[in-house]
Ligand binder design. Structure first.
Ligand SMILES: Cc1ncc(C[n+]2csc(CCOP(=O)(O)OP(=O)(O)O)c2C)c(N)n1
Ligand SMILES: [Mg+2]
Length: 343
């Protein structure tokens, strides 16, 4: 049987009303950023590749609401939502997407390589499964320094098949590191469905092999994600060790902007858009409890659009990196510089 879960304690109920609306605000900001990034990419303002997080906003939002600024995250090629929810500056983020000098990586990284150490964002990553061991290293440093920081590693269903997954989970388990592995199971790894590429029914089932806990939640229900993350992050902080939190979701847009999407039907996508939009679902939930109304939602959308407008204006007016900066921040060694022992 798939490891679909025990109920987590309802910690969402303890949140003040403003924080409940805050979760909606974060999801709306991510959606606005992604919608604009898609348009800008299609208008050739953004070079390279863009992988959109539309439809998956509840995961970054529900998890990050439980993190302190000095907690760490590692992200993926689909990382904009993680970066925004962790509190990075939208202007510098947009500038990085544009390849401008004012971006987080001076315009040399682009969409897939945004890092902002000042808010604990250790990096998006173009290498699938490249974040695991960075998160484990961060968790190890917290344990050694006794800082009670936590590291959260976001990874996709496809990424759970990388060899690095095994190395990281094993080490995190034997050393009881404060790391939460958050799987974003959006049912596809590029063009390949989970039904084909996963050997287990659930990614969370793999936790058993490492002697840790693994749970699956509805990743399009921000309340469910929040509640599970609260308990698991508190456990990690208290020294109870790592866990896997698998969040079932759906990627509404193509794998990348421009994906011809021959591997799925329009009907499948439309049904998800209609019935499983995480923002619509959470808004309906809040509205049912009279905690938000249409005016709240419109105000949040307008606020997000203003923020993105400012970010785009900043990115557009920023300079490109200078050609002579191309080789700055690179590390290379010639064989003659290697120590004798490894030559
Ligand atoms: C090590 C490595 N192998 C292959 C790729 C090519 N690639 C980019 S994204 C992707 C699929 C990732 O799927 P998943 O982990 O489910 O993340 P999702 O795109 O669904 O968010 C692949 C195979 C890569 N970037 N890095
Ligand atoms: Mg996937």
């Amino acid at each position: 049987m798939p490891s679909r879960i025990k109920e987590f304690p309802n910690r969402f109920a303890e949140l003040p009303a403003s924080d409940k609306v805050g979760l909606l605000r974060t999801m709306v900001r991510i959606r606005a950023f992604e919608t604009r990034a898609e348009m800008l990419f299609m208008n050739k303002k953004i070079p390279g590749f863009v992988h959109l997080y539309i439809g998956e906003e509840a995961i970054a939002t529900g998890v990050m609401a439980n993190l302190r600024k000095d907690d760490w995250i590692t992200s993926t090629h689909r990382g904009h939502g993680h970066v925004l929810a962790k509190g990075a500056d939208t202007k510098r983020m947009m500038a990085e997407l544009f390849g401008k000098k004012t971006g987080f990586c001076k315009g040399k990284g682009g969409s897939m390589h945004i890092a902002d150490f000042s808010v604990g964002m250790l990096g998006a990553n173009g290498v699938v499964g490249g974040g695991y061991n960075i998160a484990v290293g961060a968790g190890m440093s917290a344990q050694i320094k006794k800082t009670d920081q936590v590291a959260v590693c976001f990874f996709g269903d496809g990424a759970s098949n990388r060899g690095t997954f095994h190395e990281a989970l094993n080490l995190a388990s034997i050393w009881k590191l404060p790391v939460l592995f958050v799987n974003e199971n959006n049912r596809y790894a590029s063009t390949t469905p989970t039904g084909y590429h996963l050997s287990s029914a659930r990614v969370a089932d793999r936790a058993k092999g490492y002697g840790i806990e693994g749970y699956t939640v509805d990743g399009n229900n921000v309340v469910e994600v929040y509640d599970a993350a609260t308990t698991l992050i508190e456990n990690a902080r208290k020294g109870k060790g790592p866990a896997i939190l698998e969040c079932l979701t759906y990627r509404i847009k193509g794998h990348y902007v421009g994906d011809p999407e021959k591997y799925r039907t329009r009907e499948e996508v439309q049904a998800q858009q209609r019935e499983n939009d995480p923002i619509e679902r959470y808004f309906a939930f809040l509205a049912g409890k009279k905690a938000a109304d249409e005016a709240t939602l419109s105000a949040l959308r307008a606020e997000a659009e203003r923020e993105i407008d400012e970010a785009v204006a900043f990115a557009e007016s920023s300079p490109l990196p200078d050609p002579e900066d191309a080789l700055d921040d690179l590390f290379s060694f010639s064989p003659s510089e290697f120590p004798e022992a490894v030559r």
